[in-house]
Design a protein around this ligand. Structure first.
Ligand SMILES: Nc1ncnc2c1ncn2[C@@H]1O[C@H](COP(=O)(O)OP(=O)(O)OP(=O)(O)O)[C@@H](O)[C@H]1O
Ligand SMILES: [Mg+2]
Length: 357
């Protein structure tokens, strides 16, 4: 042993369990008298402790990596599986099965929220498609008859060669073409309203002003027929609405009251137009004293092209109430048909904004 410095060496220790080899670390130096001084300590304990820490760290690291791998694998498999089922659902929807829906796992996570939104979108598309189908079949069915009639009248007039008859036929043709155009326009308005296209145009509307305007428009028509239109609107009631559409819906109701609200045995309509409200609803009522609509028919008269037998002799295409109902729904409201005993009472109920002044 030369010079001085640190050394590490093994030595044997007598313990209870027998002879054990321990490591030791020591500093040695040569004293001036020639002897060697060795100062050291047993570092076996420290060595074992360091080994234990190292082992634990390696184990924890290994465990974390394993957990990450397995977790990641499971999560991505689950995620991919769900994406796969969304892809499968969208494929079969593209293939024409609009009733298919994207599966929702119920976990409420982002993917689930996406599925719910997709399903809501599909519901809306399905409803619109069903509406389109219904409209086109209705149009095909109900417009064919008047068009055929129009055609045969023109044909007959051509054949007679008599100017007076031809003139009369032309006039009748214009009249029928106008009514066909009105039907087309009503159908388009219903389709547009049901698709919710005008929703962004909603503004605060003063219903008292609206019903007053309509009463001014329709009262002379009622009086011309020898009848009357009474208005009762005391409070200002505000709703969020498209004024034009509301006016259209109410005009349809008033037009019906003028046409059908004639009491049997009389020939003049007596109409009551009123505006009422509750805490959160505005109610516009159009009531007449005519024969009314029987209980069993009240549900179906709001469907497109439905006209009751009694009405067949009067002009109309059976779209007025459908449009009024579509407009009510667009405004989150409803159209209620009630018995006015006698007569019909139609209520247009809308959610109101603000309080009455
Ligand atoms: N006030 C009423 N009294 C009695 N029956 C009514 C009244 N309003 C509507 N009806 C019945 O409901 C049917 C449907 O009404 P709707 O307004 O939808 O169509 P329409 O008046 O026949 O035609 P359109 O309004 O398209 O010109 C009418 O044909 C009629 O039979
Ligand atoms: Mg009508």
């Amino acid at each position: 042993m030369k010079g001085e410095g640190w050394i590490e060496f093994s030595y044997s220790v007598e313990t209870f369990e027998g002879l054990e080899h321990h490591r030791a670390r020591a500093y040695h130096l040569r004293l001036p008298n020639g002897s060697v001084l060795l100062v050291g300590r047993d570092i076996e304990e420290r060595r074992r402790f360091a080994a234990l820490i190292r082992r634990t760290l390696y184990f924890a690291l290994g465990f974390t990596i394993l957990l990450g791998l397995v977790g990641g694998l499971l999560m991505s498999r689950n995620f991919l599986h769900r994406i796969d089922s969304i892809t499968a659902a969208s494929r079969s929807i593209m293939a024409g099965d609009l009733s298919q829906r994207v599966p929702v796992s119920g976990s409420g996570d982002e993917l689930d929220q996406l599925s719910v939104s997709l399903n809501q979108m599909l519901d809306q598309i399905e409803r619109l498609m069903a509406g389109m189908k219904e409209i086109s079949s209705n149009v095909a069915h109900d417009l064919r008859t008047p068009l055929t009639r129009l055609r045969s009248r023109v044909e007959a007039a051509l054949r007679t060669g008599e100017p007076a008859a031809q003139k009369a036929a032309l006039e009748k043709t214009i009249e029928e073409a106008d009514s066909l155009l009105a039907t087309f326009n009503a159908l388009l308005s219903i389709a547009r309203t049901e698709a919710g296209q005008v929703l962004e145009a909603l503004k605060p509307v003063d219903l008292r002003e609206l019903v007053t305007d309509l009463a001014e428009l329709f009262a002379p028509m009622a009086e011309e027929l020898g009848g009357s239109l009474e208005l009762s609107a005391n409070d200002t009631v505000m709703v969020k609405a498209d004024r034009q559409l509301l006016a259209q819906a109410l005009s349809n109701l008033l037009d019906n009251a003028l046409k059908y609200g004639v009491a049997p045995g009389r020939n003049s309509p007596e109409i009551a137009l009123s505006l009422k409200h509750s805490a959160d609803e505005a109610i516009i009522a159009v009531a007449d004293r005519g024969p009314g609509i029987p209980d069993k028919d009240r549900g179906r008269v709001t469907e497109r092209f439905v006209r009751l037998d009694r009405a067949r002799t009067l002009p109309g295409s059976g779209l007025g109430l459908s449009l009024a109902q579509a407009i009510a729904r667009l405004h989150n409201g409803k159209l209620l048909l009630k018995d006015n005993a006698p007569g019909l009472l139609v209520e247009l109920v809308l959610p109101r904004i603000g309080a009455a002044r």
